[in-house]
Each structure stands twice: as structure tokens, then as C-alpha cells.
Design a protein around this ligand. Structure first.
Ligand SMILES: Nc1nc2c(ncn2[C@@H]2O[C@H](COP(=O)(O)OP(=O)(O)OP(=O)(O)O)[C@@H](O)[C@H]2O)c(=O)[nH]1
Ligand SMILES: [Mg+2]
Length: 441
């Protein structure tokens, strides 16, 4: 029994131990369940936490988005406001510019008005001036008419254009000396140019001469002689004054005589108003003038025919004295007599002038070559004693040409070689002519 009890006890102890083990296992299982539950709860709590966090994040995101949208809306608002302001500013500027343009327009209109006013004033002044000038011209015209009625001719100055035209017509050249031979119609101008150029009237290049009115337009004759200074000389045959074609006082200006370097006035029968007008104009234009009474031979011959007792030399002296007396009184009468330095009068005949020119040429050839030429047949008995003023006329022309063109320039330019050479040749020319005159230096 004991054993059974012991076995029972052992069984009971075993059962108890198994119960305890079961209990422990249950407890353990309980514990595990609890832990599991706790873990579950923890997990749940953590899930809840996570959810809360997610919700929070979501919330935050929503808030952020809302804030973003708010910001965007406010930016758009701002942008719209800025655009509005910009627009307003533009409008303001446009308005300002419009105002400015209208101001400028107004100012321009004002300026135009002022200008128009000034122009009107100028026109008024111009009109007043024109009226004044018209009155002056009328006055001048009246004066001129009165003067014409009284026999006083008007003073007319050429314009710059007229001067240029006259020079072009005459083919004026600065390096030439221009001699105009003028005077009444038929006085012997063309014949004198021929003689001065050493030409007979029928030789080639000679000017046309004759008893009927010959020279109707200005003719230019360059001097054909080769020896200096003659290549510089140009002679001009001017149409006769006092013809129906060219009235007296207009002759000088109409012929453009104001451009010439020298004027040789040739008269034949009587010294007249026409001759005085030419000399008066030479004085005005400061042109050296020479008065030449031509056809001396004819006049002397006529005197001898009228008075058979007269010898040639007597008739010649009488003619010369009478001509000088007559010219002096005429120059006085026309107010052209200048006491200390009267205008030179030269009395010549065409044939003697031609002879003298030829004589001079021969003498200069003899001087140059040293060969004496036989006495020329062409002189037809004329001798030095029968010359009247022909040598003096040539001398006058050369001397005045030198003084006018070379002497002053030689001093001022320090003597340019061409001028010095020409001056020397001119001086030489004078001495070769046997004039013994040395030009002023
Ligand atoms: N006896 C003589 N007759 C002269 C002299 N000079 C010119 N004659 C003559 O006078 C006339 C007129 O001479 P011109 O030389 O044609 O005269 P002009 O002044 O040129 O004449 P216009 O051109 O018509 O104005 C001609 O028949 C010449 O032969 C001279 O010194 N003595
Ligand atoms: Mg003539």
C-alpha cells in the first residue's frame, strides 16, 4: 500500500508537477499572449501613431498647398496690380507725350507765326526800300534826262559780268598788253594798226581799210614781230565812233573799252565831243590814253594846195602848231586839260609811221648782225626830217607799256625772271629805236 500510496503520491506529484508545468506553460502562454497583445497594442499604437503622423503630414501638406495657393493667388493679385500700375504708367506717359507733342505743335505754330510776322516786316521794309530805290531811280532818271537835255552824259559803270564778257570777247590775257585803237569812223585806226604792226594794207593779216565804213566789230591783232616785247602786244581795231550804229557817249562802254591797258584815240579832222567822251572815260577808268591826229600828210598837202607859196616844212610847222593849239583849247573846254601832265598829242601820217617801224626793224637787224642794210627803196624819199611825231608815238607806247606793266612789278616781286627779261628787252627796244630813252626803273 505504501507503494501504491507512494506510487499514488509519485503519480500525484507527477500530476502536480505536470499541472505545475502546464500551469507554467499556460502562464508562459498567457505571458506570451499578453506580450503578443502588448506587442499588438504597441503595434496598433504605433500604427495609430503612424496614421496620426501621416494624417499630420497630410494635413501639413494640405496646409502647405493651401499656403502655396494662397501665395500664388496673392502673387497673381500682385502681378495684376503691377500690370495695372504699369498700364496706368504707360497711359500716363502717353498722355504726357501727347501733351508734349501738342505743346511742341503749339510752339511751332507760334514760331511760324513769329516768322511770318518777321517776314511780313521784312517784306514791308523791302517794299519800303524798293519804293525808296524806285524813287531814287526815278530821281536818277530825271537827273539823267535833265543832264541829257543839258548835254551832260550819264556816268555808267560796267557790271562784273560785263567786265568778264568784254574780257572774254577780247580774249584778254594777263601776260599780254592790250592796245585799243579807237576814235571816230574813218579817222585812220585800221591803217594805223597796220603801220604799227609793220604791215601794208594788202599784206596777209592786215586790217581792212577804206573810205567807206570798214570796221564794224572789234578785231584782235597780235603783234607779228618776234623781238621782245612785241610778242606781248595785242592791237585792237575798234569800230568807229559816232556812226549811226554806235552813238557817241555809249561808245566807250558798248565797246568794252574799260578792259584795255592802253587806249589810242585817233582823230582826223576835228576834235569833237565823241573824242572828249572817250578821254573822259579813260580818266574814269585810269587807262593811259594817247591822242593821235592822223593823216598829217593829207592835211599838210591840202594846206599846200590851198596856199601855193607854202614850203612843205612851213606847212608842216603851221599844221603842227595849229593842231596843238586847237587840241589844247578843246581839252580845256571839255575839262580834260591837266596842266602839269597834259595828255600827249602825237601828229602822224600812216606812211611815215610804217616807214619808221620798218626803219627800226632794219636798225635792230643791223645792230644784231653787224651787217648794214642798203637804204630802203620803199621810203619813197621820206627822211627822218619828215617824220613828225611817229618816233615819239612809238616811244610813248613802249615807255608807258614798260611803266604800266613791268616797272612796279619788277620792284614788288623782287624781279621775276620773265618780267626782268621783258623789261630789259623793252629798254633795249627803245635804245635800238634810237630814242635814247631809258625807261624808269
Ligand atoms: N593820206 C592818208 N590817208 C590815210 C591815212 N590813214 C588812213 N588813211 C586813209 O583813210 C581812209 C580810212 O582809213 P581806215 O584806216 O580804214 O580808217 P578807220 O578809222 O579804220 O575807219 P573805220 O573802220 O570805218 O572806222 C582810208 O582810205 C585810208 O587809206 C594817212 O595817214 N594818210
Ligand atoms: Mg577800220
Amino acid at each position: 500500500m505504501e507503494e501504491a500510496r507512494k506510487a499514488k503520491q509519485a503519480a500525484e506529484g507527477k500530476a502536480k508537477a505536470s499541472r505545475q508545468r502546464e500551469e507554467a506553460a499556460r502562464k508562459q502562454a498567457e505571458e506570451a499572449r499578453k506580450k503578443e497583445k502588448a506587442a499588438e497594442e504597441k503595434a496598433k499604437a504605433s500604427r495609430q501613431k503612424e496614421e496620426a503622423a501621416r494624417k499630420q503630414t497630410e494635413e501639413a501638406r494640405k496646409k502647405e498647398k493651401a499656403a502655396e495657393e494662397k501665395a500664388k493667388a496673392s502673387y497673381q493679385k500682385e502681378e495684376a496690380a503691377r500690370k495695372q500700375t504699369e498700364e496706368a504708367r504707360k497711359k500716363e506717359k502717353a498722355a504726357e507725350e501727347k501733351a508734349k507733342a501738342s505743346l511742341q505743335k503749339e510752339e511751332a505754330a507760334l514760331r511760324k507765326e513769329k516768322e511770318a510776322l518777321a517776314r511780313a516786316k521784312d517784306l514791308e521794309a523791302g517794299a519800303a526800300e524798293a519804293i525808296r530805290q524806285k524813287e531814287q531811280l526815278e530821281q536818277k532818271a530825271n537827273d539823267a534826262l535833265r543832264n541829257l537835255a543839258l548835254g551832260i552824259q550819264p556816268v555808267v559803270w560796267p557790271t562784273i559780268q560785263e567786265l568778264a564778257e568784254a574780257k572774254a570777247k577780247a580774249e584778254y590775257r594777263e601776260d599780254k598788253l592790250h592796245f585799243a585803237v579807237c576814235g571816230p569812223s574813218g579817222s585812220g585806226k585800221s591803217s594805223m594798226i597796220n603801220a604799227l604792226r609793220g604791215l601794208k594794207k594788202n599784206q596777209p593779216g592786215a586790217a581792212k581799210t577804206g573810205v567807206v565804213e570798214c570796221t564794224e566789230t572789234l578785231h584782235r591783232y597780235p603783234d607779228p614781230r618776234k623781238q621782245m616785247p612785241y610778242p606781248r602786244f595785242v592791237w585792237y581795231d575798234v569800230p568807229g565812233a559816232g556812226t549811226s550804229k554806235i552813238p557817241g557817249w555809249q561808245y566807250f562802254n558798248q565797246q568794252g573799252l574799260y578792259i584795255f591797258d592802253f587806249i589810242i584815240l585817233v582823230y582826223d579832222m576835228r576834235f569833237t565831243q565823241i573824242d572828249a567822251d572817250i578821254l573822259e572815260n579813260c580818266k574814269r577808268f585810269k587807262i593811259p590814253a594817247f591822242i593821235v591826229r592822223a593823216k598829217a600828210d593829207q592835211h599838210i598837202h591840202n594846206m599846200m594846195l590851198e596856199n601855193e607859196d607854202l614850203e612843205y616844212s612851213q606847212a608842216r610847222d603851221e599844221f603842227v602848231n595849229e593842231t596843238q593849239r586847237d587840241l589844247k583849247s578843246n581839252l580845256r573846254e571839255y575839262g580834260l586839260w591837266n596842266e602839269p601832265d597834259p595828255l600827249p598829242l602825237r601828229i602822224v601820217s600812216n606812211g611815215a609811221l610804217y616807214d619808221f617801224i620798218k626803219d627800226s626793224e632794219e636798225r635792230s637787224i643791223e645792230n644784231e648782225t653787224g651787217v648794214l642794210l642798203p637804204a630802203a627803196e620803199r621810203k619813197g624819199g621820206k627822211k627822218m626830217a619828215q617824220y613828225i611825231d611817229e618816233p615819239a608815238l612809238v616811244h610813248d607806247l613802249l615807255k608807258t607799256a614798260y611803266e604800266r606793266r613791268y616797272a612796279g612789278k619788277q620792284q614788288t616781286s623782287g624781279g621775276s625772271s620773265a618780267i626782268v627779261a621783258a623789261a630789259a628787252a623793252l629798254s633795249d627796244g627803245l635804245s635800238k629805236l634810237g630814242m635814247g630813252a631809258t625807261p624808269k626803273s
